[in-house]
Design a protein around this ligand. Structure first.
Ligand SMILES: Nc1ncnc2c1ncn2[C@@H]1O[C@H](COP(=O)(O)OP(=O)(O)OP(=O)(O)O)[C@@H](O)[C@H]1O
Ligand SMILES: [Mg+2]
Length: 460
């Protein structure tokens, strides 16, 4: 593909001369004789290199360089300038221009620089794409999930990551809010800048203000040195306000003001600091309810609730459980220098049926425990802690064998009857579905029902 060059100059003669020369050398050339025309073309994002004259009628070429850096940072930029305005040329380079050419110029010099600038731009663009892919991997590969709920979260994260929109992550404890916050940051254009977390619940109220906004030396007793707040540390990056639902009412007011004005004053300082931060907030509280109960400010809620992302509890996306188990088995086996054990299907079933009140964190801990404590290569039901067995219900109540013995045949018979009846009950007596539930052939099930005269039991 031919490189696209934009030439911006208010002298038509210069434009024409450069157009002819560059086109002859095989470049695709676009011309603009005003700031506004050039700005429009740059916005399209298709220009590889812009040659900008520093004097553009009543507008300043430096302004255009700065605009180009903002709307089309992948475009390389070169400055044309009259002799004697080297200072401005240097200023342009500081603003991001690659090089400058003084007028009057030699065409060969221009060609040489154009080639260099394009080469430089290509390498930079390749690096940028490479980095973006790396970050994408970094951010999302850690989040395991195949359920519809998780799939729509992946889609939403991909959509909003590269914007500056405020995101509010909602979900029970251990559902992965922090993980998603990281994915958003590392998939955004801010990924090279810091992701600064603040745990609003863990910091005492009177310290939180200075933690967020910083303070100057002597601002209060104990402030022996001045300190930079988290807002300022996150400049250009992302501020992760974790456990936002636990923030005190007093600080809620202050936070709201900073979010509105994008500036604040460190404690004890008259200086006002302007920051460029993207806000991601998270809570396991029901914020709507907190707003109704007046423990959370409504105006702050609306400021934060621009893009809400709800992460469903694990029990509502059981489909993710086997994959998460596999993921954690591999991870903890590796960390402990072991081979990842296998989980029997029944055991997997049992783990999938458990309610997981502590969500993925609880699952992660359970698997770590199993990997460390069980030296065998197979994890079966007997290896599971008590709590998992209870949700299995009556079928796992243990049988006591009396001193005078018990009929093996009868117990097994009763057990089979109970299983079949349970499955029939669960499926509203639909034998097809019941057979599927029990992983039996339909004919086998029908035969068993007949032989055991279970139909009679149902009717009576
Ligand atoms: N989908 C997932 N895939 C892989 N690991 C996950 C997933 N969700 C959560 N985890 C892991 O579970 C643990 C808890 O996740 P995280 O800390 O993000 O939860 P949280 O929602 O912030 O919880 P809390 O409200 O308690 O702070 C972490 O170790 C995280 O890596
Ligand atoms: Mg968290």
């Amino acid at each position: 593909m031919r490189s696209q060059i934009l030439v911006v100059d208010d002298e038509i003669a210069v434009l024409r001369a450069l157009e002819r020369f560059l086109a002859e050398k095989g470049y695709e050339v676009t011309l603009a004789d005003t700031f506004d025309k050039a700005a429009k073309i740059l916005e399209s994002g298709r220009i590889d290199l812009a040659l900008i004259d520093l004097k553009l009628g009543d507008r300043d070429g430096i302004e255009l360089v700065q605009y180009q850096q903002k709307v089309s940072p992948q475009t390389a930029c070169m400055i044309l300038t009259g002799f004697g305005s080297i200072d401005t040329a240097i200023q342009a380079i500081k603003s991001g221009a690659f090089h400058y050419v003084t007028k009057p110029f030699q065409f060969d010099d221009i060609l040489n620089l154009v080639q260099k600038a394009l080469e430089h731009q290509r390498t930079r663009e390749e690096n940028r794409l490479l980095k973006k892919q790396l970050n994408l991997k970094y951010g999302l590969e850690n989040i395991v999930g195949v359920s519809d709920g998780m799939k729509s979260i992946f889609e939403l994260v991909a959509k909003v990551a590269d914007t500056d929109s405020t995101v509010l992550l909602l979900g029970e404890s251990g559902t992965g809010k922090e993980l998603v916050a990281k994915a958003i940051h590392y998939n955004s254009r801010r990924s090279q800048r810091p992701l600064v977390p603040v745990n609003c619940a863990a910091i005492p109220e009177d310290l939180l203000e200075s933690e967020l906004f910083g303070h100057v030396k002597g601002a209060f007793t104990g402030a022996v040195v001045s300190r930079t707040g988290r807002f300022e540390m996150a400049d250009g990056g992302t501020l992760f306000l974790d456990e936002i639902g636990d923030m005190s009412p007093k600080l809620q007011v202050k936070l709201l003001r900073v979010l509105q004005e994008r500036r604040f004053e460190p404690v004890g300082s008259g200086r006002s600091v302007e920051v460029d931060v993207r806000i991601v907030a998270a809570t396991n509280k029901n914020l709507e309810r907190a707003v109704k109960e007046r423990t959370f400010r409504e105006d702050l809620f609306y400021r934060l609730n621009v893009i809400p992302i709800r992460i469903p509890p694990l029990r509502e996306r059981k489909g993710d459980i086997p994959m998460l188990i596999e993921h954690f088995l591999q991870r903890f086996a590796k960390e402990n220098g072991k081979k990842a054990p296998q989980v029997t299907p029944e055991c997997m079933q049992m783990l999938s049926n458990y309610a997981w009140p502590g969500n993925v964190r609880e699952l992660e801990n359970a698997i770590e425990r199993l990997v460390i404590l069980k030296p065998e290569q197979v994890i079966s039901i007997k290896d599971l802690p008590e709590k998992f067995l209870q949700s299995g219900g009556k079928i796992f109540t243990s049988v006591n064998i009396p001193d005078n013995g018990i009929s093996f045949k009868n117990v097994v018979n009763d057990f089979e009857n109970e299983l079949i009846l349970k499955a029939l009950e669960k499926t509203a007596w639909n034998k097809n579905k019941a057979a599927t539930l029990l992983k039996l052939n339909r004919t086998t099930l029908v035969e068993k029902i007949k032989r055991r005269q279970l139909e009679k039991v149902i009717l009576s």
